[in-house]
Design a protein around this ligand. Structure first.
Ligand code: AMP
Length: 112
């Protein structure tokens, strides 16, 4: 499968890792949209939120538990945003489920 994030998980493409365990990886976004911009992904290939189902959704609770830890470690006590773009209308550019953590400064109040 030709998936950029699967190649990052496999170590075929370098990344700046923040956190890793047997199920997930967190790394810095190559094109940061905020002072802190981290991506959290499952190691299992899931295309996006639209491919979640009762069989694979448990990974999302693990990801969110770690997002809280990662944000604390990054010093984002004043807050942050968690975003997952889905499909064409959601402007998803990498078809591997990922959650953006954005913070480190006051974010725009607009969601779109
Ligand atoms: P999305 O547009 O929501 O699918 O987000 C994909 C994100 O992956 C974008 O914010 C990109 O900047 C980021 N990205 C693409 N290639 C890399 C890479 N090699 N390392 C880190 N982040 C990347």
């Amino acid at each position: 499968m030709d998936c950029l994030f699967c190649k990052i998980i496999a170590g075929e493409i370098p990344s700046t890792k923040i956190y890793e365990d047997d199920k997930i990886l967190a790394f810095r976004d190559i094109n940061p949209q905020a002072p802190a911009h981290i991506l959290v992904i499952p190691k299992e290939h899931i295309g996006g939120v639209d491919e979640l189902n009762s069989e694979n959704v448990a990974i999302v609770s693990h990801i969110f538990a770690k997002i809280a830890e990662i944000a604390k470690n990054e010093g984002l006590e004043k807050g942050y945003r968690v975003v997952s773009n889905v499909g064409e209308h959601g402007c998803q550019s990498v078809r591997h489920l990922h959650f953006h953590i954005l913070g480190g400064s006051q974010l725009n109040g607009s969601m779109v």
